[in-house]
Design a protein around this ligand. Structure first.
Ligand code: ADP
Ligand code: 3PG
Ligand code: MG
Length: 411
């Protein structure tokens, strides 16, 4: 049954690149090429590769493909550490064809340069956030960008929660505004597949802050059969149940929220599981990535002065059973401080169980995605979202401005 309270974009069928004729048009394609760079090299090209199907589709139709993206947060200033030039090089390699990089995204000569190019060209404009007008959704900035194209395609799911010029202002000015294949895939997996999941539906939530995820916890409790909690945020739940958590992180201002979540789970008959054992240390230096002595406490209790850093073995075994029984799995948030090897066992064990499961498995969130990559099991996951904040906001049921800006199927 469709959850009627759910307001996410998947409730409205959005037009996609296959619904409109884009042949020989100048297409403004918003992509999320906000990728990690180091010494001018792209460290992870996932977001670039994921945009290729849409780019290839447009090229097959002899469209002129004008790519727009942001990278990092240069705050409206030109800062070449955030230049998209390395991304243009990487894209050119992946497409096996030239990609013209234009050193500004607006300006007197940009329109002229674009005019001179033939259909079938691929162009990447410099970082949109070198101009304050992008994040401010400035009408004049949006109008300049919009003047370069006669159709708009948004494949930047990762940026769809931002109401910026390139996600909202530009489509408002163009009659054709549709989703690319990546956008469509994200909306399908994070939307329909979790709103009408094949059951049992097991949700695994971990990571740092309950505060950031309470909306997701609340929304997913309406849809899942079982919720497994790990990571730092488990301690706020345990504390709310009256357990001793030692010096583990607890968000005091969220104790009431988690009590509500536990009550809601009970009312709805959702099995909400908390760690039954915890790996702890007596000393933690996050910046240095070091821990002191490590011990495992059983029974949801952490001794005085000790800090919980990972779920324990019994918890992994208990959670593994809920994962193996599932037909749909959504995972967000690591089970422990997986960046430190001695605290990473729980996260990687859970990653392995999710990968082994005979289920539709969906993973979202920057650190969780990093963990699954590190575990080497990416191929065994059904869908990995390219969105961080966007995937969480979408799952919460929020309307994403970048999705709301696109034409409906019945338009
Ligand atoms: P995601 O990016 O997947 O949404 P989060 O950003 O919420 O995940 O959380 C990831 C961070 O949570 C990681 O850096 C990890 O080290 C941290 N974390 C997980 N468990 C603990 C813990 N027990 N104590 C402190 N930090 C933790
Ligand atoms: C992301 O990486 O989550 C998106 O590209 C959005 O970036 P932002 O949080 O800087 O808006
Ligand atoms: Mg994170």
């Amino acid at each position: 049954m469709v959850d009627e309270d759910f307001q996410g974009g998947e409730m409205r069928a959005i037009q996609t690149v296959t619904d409109v004729n884009l042949a020989e048009r100048s297409v403004l394609l918003r992509v999320d090429f906000n990728v990690p760079l180091k010494d001018g090299q792209v460290m992870d090209d996932t977001r670039i590769r994921e945009a290729l199907p849409t780019i290839r589709h447009l090229l097959k139709r002899s469209a002129k493909v004008i790519l727009m993206s942001h990278l990092g947060r240069p705050d409206g200033q030109v800062d070449l550490r955030y230049s998209l030039r390395p991304v243009a090089r990487e894209l050119s390699k992946l497409l096996s064809r030239p990609v013209l990089f234009i050193e500004n995204c607006i300006g007197a000569d940009v329109g002229q340069k674009l005019e001179e190019l033939d259909e079938g060209s691929v162009i990447l404009l410099e970082n949109l956030r070198f101009h304050g007008g992008e994040e401010a959704n400035d009408p004049a900035f949006a109008a300049q960008l919009a003047s370069y194209g006669d159709a708009y395609v948004n494949d930047a799911f990762g940026s769809a929660h931002r109401a910026h010029a390139s996600t909202v202002g530009v489509p408002a000015l163009l009659p054709i505004k549709v989703a690319g294949f990546l956008m469509q895939k994200e909306l399908d997996f994070l939307g329909a597949k979790t709103a009408q999941p094949e059951r049992p539906f097991t949700v695994i939530l971990g990571g740092l802050k309950v505060g950031d995820k309470i909306g997701v916890i609340d929304a997913l409790l309406d849809r899942c059969d079982c919720m497994l909690i790990g990571g730092a945020m488990a301690f706020t739940f345990l504390k709310a149940m009256g357990m001793d958590v030692g010096k583990s992180p607890v968000e005091k201002d969220r104790l009431e929220d988690v009590v509500h979540a536990m009550e809601k789970a009970k009312k709805l008959g959702v099995e909400l599981l908390l760690p039954v054992d915890t790996l702890c240390t007596d000393r933690l230096d996050l910046a240095a990535g070091t821990v002191g002595e490590l011990r495992q406490w059983t029974g949801s209790i952490v001794e005085d002065g000790w800090i919980g850093v990972d779920i324990g073995q019994l918890t992994v075994e208990r959670y593994a059973r809920a994962i193996a029984a599932a037909k749909t799995i959504f995972w967000n948030g690591p089970m422990g401080i997986f960046e430190i090897e001695s605290c990473s066992k729980g996260t990687f064990a859970i990653a392995g169980h999710v990968a082994d499961a005979d289920a539709t498995s969906i993973i979202g969130g920057g650190d969780s995605v990093r963990a699954i990559h590190q575990s080497g099991r990416v191929e065994d996951i059904t869908f990995i979202s390219t969105g961080g904040g966007a995937s969480l906001e979408f799952l919460e049921g929020k309307v994403l401005p970048g999705v709301a800006a696109l034409n409906s199927k019945d338009a």
